[in-house]
Ligand binder design. Structure first.
Ligand code: GLY
Length: 352
C-alpha cells in the first residue's frame, strides 16, 4: 500500500512503516525512545510493536490509564514527570502507541516538553488511524470541554498497521467508521455507499482513502482558518451530544463516533433548512446511521443542556454557533448559522 506524503512527514502502511521508523531513529540519532501506552494498548499492542522495533537506543515505556476521562493536564503532568525522572532530553523521541487519547495527549506532551521533542504516531484504533493521528492537532480536554488545550504539531511519521484493529471491539470499529462516513459525505460519496451497502468492507482501502482526503484538506489549511473546518461535519452537534452524555449521571457515555454519527443526522437536517440539502438524503443518512449505530434516546430534557454545550464549540465566533453544512454530497459550506429552533428541530428529526 502506497505511503501518503504530508507536508513535513509521511504516513506509511504495514511493514514499511516499521522499516521507516527504524531508519528515522538511526538517522536522527535519538538519545532515547519513550513509548506512551495506556493499559489496553500495553496489553494488546505493545508486544507486537516491540517485535518490530529493532534499534539500539534506550527504550522506556510510560503507561497511563485508558479513556477520554484521563485526557487532561493531570495525566500530562504524570507523563512529563516520568520523562524527566527517566532522563528524557531534547534528543529523545516519544512514540505514541494507542487511540486518539494517546496520540492527541502524547503529541501535546512531546511538543511542549523542553519546548518540543519529536514524536511518532502509531494509531491502534480505526478512529485514530483515519483522523487523530494525521493533521497535527494535539491536545487535551478541560473538564468536559474537548480539546480545549493544545497546539498544532506534526509527528515525524505515522505508521498504519491494520493488525492492531483485531484488538478492537465491534463498537470501537463502528466508532471509527463514523469518521470514514464523514469523509464520504464531504469528499467521496463512495466511502459512504461502501459502508452503507456492503457488509464485507475492505477496511484498509477505506482507511487509505480517508487519510488521503484528510491529508489534502489539512495540507491546504493546516491551522483550520478555513477549509479544514469541513472536518467538523457532524461534529458541532456531535461534540455537544458527546459532552452531554459524558457529564450526565443518567446517561451511558457514547463513543466519539456514535455521537458524531447522530451529529451528521442533525446537521443533514440543518443543511436542508439552510442550504436546501435534499431532505430525502437526510432521511437516508438517518436510516443508515440508525442501522449501523442503533437508536440513542435523546429526551426532551436533554435538549437544553446540549444547546448550552454548543456555546463552547471551538468554531464559534462572537458567541454564534457556526456549522459546516452540505449543499449536496461532496459540496459543503463552512461558517453557517441557523436559529435555535432549527437546531432543536434537528434533534427531533433524529428522534422521530
Ligand atoms: N479532527 C478534525 C481535524 O483534525 O481537523
Amino acid at each position: 500500500m502506497e505511503s501518503i506524503k504530508a507536508t513535513t512527514y509521511s504516513i506509511h502502511f504495514n511493514e514499511k512503516g516499521y522499516t521507516e521508523l527504524a531508519n528515522l531513529i538511526t538517522q536522527k540519532k535519538y538519545s532515547s525512545v519513550f513509548i506512551l501506552v495506556d493499559d489496553n494498548t500495553f496489553e494488546c499492542c505493545y508486544s507486537r510493536f516491540m517485535q518490530h522495533l529493532a534499534v539500539e537506543v534506550p527504550i522506556e515505556v510510560i503507561q497511563i490509564d485508558p479513556g477520554e476521562i484521563h485526557k487532561n493536564l493531570e495525566t500530562c503532568m504524570g507523563v512529563w514527570s516520568a520523562m524527566t525522572e527517566l532522563g528524557a532530553d531534547r534528543k529523545s523521541l516519544l512514540i505514541t502507541l494507542g487511540g486518539g487519547v494517546i496520540t492527541d495527549l502524547g503529541g501535546f506532551v512531546a511538543s511542549t516538553f523542553k519546548r518540543g521533542i519529536d514524536f511518532v504516531n502509531i494509531p491502534t484504533t480505526l478512529l485514530s488511524m483515519v483522523d487523530a493521528s494525521v493533521g497535527g492537532k494535539t491536545g487535551v480536554d478541560l473538564g468536559v470541554l474537548k480539546n480545549q488545550i493544545g497546539v498544532f504539531a506534526n509527528p515525524q511519521t505515522v505508521i498504519i498497521d491494520p493488525e492492531y484493529l483485531h484488538t478492537l471491539s465491534p463498537r470501537e470499529i463502528r466508532s471509527g467508521t463514523a469518521e470514514i462516513i464523514k469523509y464520504g459525505m464531504t469528499h467521496d460519496i463512495h466511502l459512504f455507499n461502501e459502508i452503507k451497502d456492503n457488509p464485507n468492507l475492505n477496511i484498509i482501502d477505506l482507511i487509505h482513502r480517508s487519510i488521503e482526503i484528510k491529508n489534502e484538506v489539512v495540507t491546504e489549511d493546516p491551522k483550520e482558518q478555513g477549509v479544514r473546518k469541513v472536518l467538523n461535519w457532524g461534529h458541532t452537534m456531535g461534540h455537544a451530544i458527546e459532552s452531554y452524555f459524558l457529564e450526565s449521571e443518567h446517561k451511558e457515555s457514547l463513543t466519539h463516533g456514535e455521537a458524531i454519527a447522530i451529529g451528521m443526522v442533525c446537521e443533514a437536517y440543518i443543511s436542508n433548512k439552510v442550504t436546501g440539502f435534499d431532505i430525502n438524503e437526510a432521511t437516508i443518512i438517518k436510516n443508515a446511521i440508525i442501522t449501523i449505530y442503533g437508536k440513542i434516546d435523546i429526551l426532551p430534557e436533554d435538549i437544553q443542556p446540549i444547546m448550552e454545550l454548543l456555546k463552547h464549540d471551538k468554531k464559534n465566533e462572537a458567541g454564534t454557533v457556526k456549522f459546516v453544512l452540505l449543499n449536496k454530497y461532496e459540496d459543503f459550506v463552512i461558517n453557517c448559522e441557523t436559529s435555535s429552533d432549527v437546531i432543536k428541530d434537528s434533534i427531533d428529526f433524529y428522534n422521530n
